[in-house]
Design a protein around this ligand. Sequence first.
Ligand code: G6P
Ligand code: MG
Length: 218
Amino acid sequence: DIRGFIFDLDGVLTDTAEYHYLAWQKLADEEGLPFSRDANEALRGVSRRESLLYIVGDRKYSEAQLQEMMDRKNRYYVESIQNISPQDLLPGVVTLLDELKQAGIKIALGSASKNARTVIEKLGIANRIDAIADGYSVQRPKPAPDLFLYAAKQLGLEPAQSVVVEDAEAGIEAALAGGMWAIGLGPASRVGAAHIVLPSLAGVHWSDLHAKLNELVI
Ligand code: G6P
Ligand code: MG
């Protein structure tokens, strides 16, 4: 049976994806690198280094320059998340977290971000989360299953007892590679490989998810 939920952060619990985008855009503009809101779609759930390498493309930079650019982007990002508050939780999140707790289901965070802890504290949900897997937890980024396996292990659960909630294609791939249940938020073109696909968590209840997951087991 399902004993735990592992939530991605950006694009699932809150919309920090926009702040990541604005920070990368500022850096790209300063460096004269072509980048756009459209191009940013490819960076959903992608680690800091992989994101930078994608933006840099064929342009040659030294390791020291890459490091400086990652630090600069992070400064812009950290600055932009200072005013995040519980009001920035996406619709449906609080209700679902409450229902899961009520049902005795454990909650973990599974985010590639090194700023994940700060963000959940600002969102006011740190005390509802039983385990954190973040940008410091594992080496291999999504679509490798490592981050979610780490999260399940922290909860003391088997992958098959765990449900991952993700908005990124790489995140769904990671969940499936880890042998977990996957709920994808967004268009089927992006998260269609998930066991359950929903537009968002708005109006989503544990009882409905439970019923759908049980159908899949049979
Ligand atoms: C998440 C976000 C990405 C971000 C990555 C690393 O996966 O969706 O946009 O690049 O975390 O975040 P960080 O805060 O460590 O740079
Ligand atoms: Mg995400």
